[in-house]
Ligand binder design. Structure first.
Ligand SMILES: Cc1cc2nc3c(=O)[nH]c(=O)nc-3n(C[C@H](O)[C@H](O)[C@H](O)COP(=O)(O)OP(=O)(O)OC[C@H]3O[C@@H](n4cnc5c(N)ncnc54)[C@H](O)[C@@H]3O)c2cc1C
Length: 400
């Protein structure tokens, strides 16, 4: 970059979504100089999310739960088979429906109150290297169309699914079509929506390689969306599937808004760090590859990143070797489960509709026999696979 001013900081965080907002706050609270660069003019806007998050207990260690961004409590989940029979499990308080824009803004406010500097409409366009290590970023300030550079002891890619830090630093590559779900969602207004239950509809005929979600938003509102795998949805688009679903189930609802976004569905990265750089949240593929959910994963990833970054900054050692403690900690906390969900995704969403009907019917029986909260969905699905005649054999063929 030429003709650019250079400033220095301890950490530069690219992206002020869930992961970036939390991590920035935690580092700033510990006394480090943190600059957050967010390319959007307004944090969290437009919302690109189904807005189903964890429970009050799960969220509150990260940010005090605030009724300004909570719209409903989730007390049950229903999964509909292609033949529209369903399995339902009630577990009161299992999650919250949130206003995602306000949630991201609350995390950013917390970060700035703790001392982080947040710059909106500032887009990172390149990473800078010195002797092979990442030493900062090049930025365009879209507010006045100027360019500048920030030199940082550590650069964080918290820039989500479309992020550039991972690619520019060589940690990630563009996602292949089979690794990304095309997500599309209406905010619907009308009657007949669930109020405290999240509903999932599966089947190739409904959403090839993914599912349709109906999530309550209170006040006669619901987020109704679809995620499809483009490689499986050969002829129709995500919009065709979504419109078909809405026409059938909520023909009188008003379509108030339409949002689109990609959701990664890959295994987690083996390494999320290199000399002077670290990835977190969806940029590091922290999402649950089965559900696509990533809000809680981004918070947890940021928590692990914070812990290791503080140690590394204290030691003044931001080398790959030093930051690898984050790889290790994250994989220990979440890696095994995410791998299991990735496997489940490979199996479940590729089933033919008839087989899916059978699996969900067995799932219903297993769930009914269980009492209390389900703690491991992969075990539950695994049991359903094993006990559904013929399906395990087909599943083996899908994998090997
Ligand atoms: C349609 C859809 C529905 C979803 N529904 C749910 C759900 O119901 N529940 C759930 O848990 N998860 C859901 N997800 C996934 C969830 O939204 C993500 O996992 C989560 O947002 C990841 O958080 P993050 O902080 O890693 O990234 P993000 O929240 O995506 O934040 C990344 C930020 O980086 C910014 N950025 C990107 N590039 C640059 C750049 N070059 N310079 C500066 N800034 C940059 C972006 O503008 C963005 O603000 C959904 C996703 C989609 C697309």
């Amino acid at each position: 970059m030429t003709g650019t001013a250079i400033e220095k900081t301890d950490a530069v965080i690219v992206g002020c979504g869930v992961a970036g907002g939390l991590l920035a706050g935690r580092l700033a609270k510990d006394g480090y100089r943190v600059v957050v660069l967010e390319k959007r003019p307004e944090i969290g806007v437009p919302v690109r999310c189904g807005e189903a998050a964890g429970s009050r207990e799960e969220i509150s260690p990260f940010i005090p739960v605030d009724d300004r961004w909570v719209v409903a409590q989730i007390n049950a989940a229903r999964m509909y088979a292609p033949d529209e029979t369903f399995v339902e499990k009630r577990f009161p308080g299992v999650g919250l429906m949130i206003k995602r824009d306000r949630f991201d803004q609350a995390l950013a406010k917390q970060a700035s109150e703790w001392g982080a500097e947040i710059r909106t409409h500032h887009e990172v366009v390149a990473v800078a290297r010195e002797n092979g290590r990442i030493c900062g970023v090049a930025v365009i300030n879209h507010n006045d169309n100027t360019r500048y550079m920030i030199e940082a002891k550590v650069t964080v890619g918290a820039d989500g699914v479309e992020g550039c830090v991972g690619r520019l630093s060589g940690l990630t590559r563009h996602l292949k079509l089979k690794e990304i779900h095309a997500g599309l969602e209406y905010l619907l207004e009308g009657d007949g929506f669930p109020t405290d239950t999240i509903e999932i509809y599966v089947g190739r005929s409904v959403a090839p390689g993914g599912y349709v979600w109906v999530f309550p938003k209170g006040h006669r509102l619901a987020n109704v969306g679809v995620g499809v795998l483009p490689t499986m949805a050969k002829t129709d688009t995500a919009k065709t599937y979504l419109d078909r679903f809405v026409d059938k189930h909520f023909p009188n609802a008003k379509r108030k808004a339409l949002i689109a976004g990609g959701v990664s569905g890959t295994k987690p990265l083996k390494t999320m760090v290199d000399d002077g750089v670290l990835l977190v949240g969806e940029a590091a593929r922290h999402n649950n590859p089965f559900s696509g959910g990533g809000i809680m994963n981004a918070l947890e990833g940021a928590e692990e990143a914070h812990r290791v970054m503080v140690e590394a900054l204290k030691e003044n050692d931001l080398s790959r070797r030093s930051l690898q403690r984050y790889d290790k900690a994250w994989h220990k906390r979440n890696g095994r489960l995410i791998h299991k969900f990735a496997l489940l995704r490979e199996l479940f969403f590729k089933l033919e509709d008839d087989d899916m009907n059978k699996v969900i019917s067995v799932l219903g029986k297993i769930a009914a026999a269980q009492s209390g909260k389900i703690t491991d969905y992969t075990e539950l699905f695994g049991a359903a696979f094993k006990t559904t005649p013929g399906v395990l054999w087909k599943a083996r063929k899908m994998l090997w």
